[in-house]
Ligand binder design. Structure first.
Ligand SMILES: [Zn+2]
Ligand SMILES: [Zn+2]
Length: 334
């Protein structure tokens, strides 16, 4: 099978041929249909995540079909599954026993510590996979697995009774959570890089009430803001934009250092928090919501061998929506 492998810090990914792996106990072998590309893949490429063991196959927003099952797994061949970032947790620690397996110290992550979906086949622990409806094409469903899930968890951390939500960084996660927020009747305030007209147009097109640069302030205070861009300077900017008692949620796995800021920005019971990974309950709730609403994921499809091009376009802010690698047999979709 063909895989795209990260063999050293900085990359680029290398196209390699590997034998199709055999599922062990608790695992399924999936024939990958599509795998979306995430900013975390860039952090992996740049060596910004701790303890990367090379070689590693990136990709943690996988849609595939069960090709075979390992011992102890009773899933039908051909069943469609999605594989998210959280690929394993211990099941025994305090976090795991309190439905916070996203915080498990022994958690392992797809496309980082477990070979991921930039490949024609991949192995996954069946307990961390989600059934995926056939209503979505594989390319449209793939970004739901991280951009969608992390966005959903970030939104659920913003507090109740939201009327005005700010989003900093208008990429793949933002465009999905924006649709969920609008569906819930929340007005959207989109902050982009200064001068990023493409992202601003995209936010307008999705129905944002206000669109501006991250160094601007809307004329009304927001109830909450989510920061998807990996830029620490946005933290004081977002605190400035939210009302007393409001929340600022950092949705990324990596962020540049947060500059010091006056305590007055946090004062007034404003809250600042991060969101780490996802729980299986998030996945179930979000996918149920995704089947009740029509989330339209805007995708740009690339063949597997063009993974480096997709990563570069993501890095350079050239994407509108999400980049998705689509495996050869199904590249007629979307
Ligand atoms: Zn991701
Ligand atoms: Zn655990």
């Amino acid at each position: 099978m063909k895989v795209m492998v990260l063999e050293k810090r900085g990359g680029p990914l290398q196209a390699r041929e590997r034998p199709i792996p055999v599922p062990g106990p608790g695992q399924v072998l999936l024939k990958v249909e599509a795998c979306a590309v995430c900013r975390t893949d860039l952090h992996l490429l740049d060596g910004e995540l701790p303890e990367i063991h090379y070689p590693i196959v990136p990709g943690h927003e996988i849609i595939g079909h069960v090709a075979s099952c390992g011992p102890g797994v009773m899933l039908e061949n051909g069943m469609r599954l999605g594989v998210p970032w959280l690929g394993y947790s211990c099941g025994e620690c305090w976090y795991c026993l309190h439905e916070q397996e996203n915080l498990c110290d022994r958690a392992r992550f797809t496309g980082y510590q477990i070979d991921g979906g930039f490949a024609e086949y991949t192995l996954a622990d069946h307990r961390f996979c989600f059934p995926i409806s056939s209503d979505y094409s594989a390319a449209e469903a793939a970004p739901l697995m991280c951009a969608g899930l992390i966005g959903y968890r970030s939104l659920s951390m913003c507090g109740n009774d939201l009327q005005r939500l700010g989003i900093y960084g208008f990429g793949a996660a933002a465009h999905i959570v924006a649709q969920v927020a609008l569906w819930q009747g929340i007005a959207l305030y989109a902050f982009t890089r200064p001068g990023d007209e493409r992202a601003q147009l995209f936010a307008h097109h999705l129905g944002a009430t206000w669109v501006g640069s991250s160094n601007q302030l809307p004329d009304v205070p927001l109830d909450a803001a989510i920061i998807f861009a990996p830029v620490g300077d946005l933290v004081p900017a977002a605190l400035r934009a939210v009302r007393k008692g409001g929340s600022v949620v950092c949705g990324g796995i990596h962020m540049s250092d947060i500059p010091s800021f006056p305590y007055a920005l946090l004062w007034g019971e404003r809250q600042l928090r991060s969101v780490a990974n996802l729980t299986r309950k998030d996945g179930e709730k979000f996918l149920e919501l995704a089947s009740n609403t029509t989330i339209h994921t805007q995708v740009e499809c690339y063949p597997l061998h063009a993974a480096n091009e997709a990563l570069t376009n993501l890095r350079e802010g050239k994407l509108t929506g999400a980049a998705v690698l689509v495996m050869a047999e199904v590249n007629s979709q979307d």
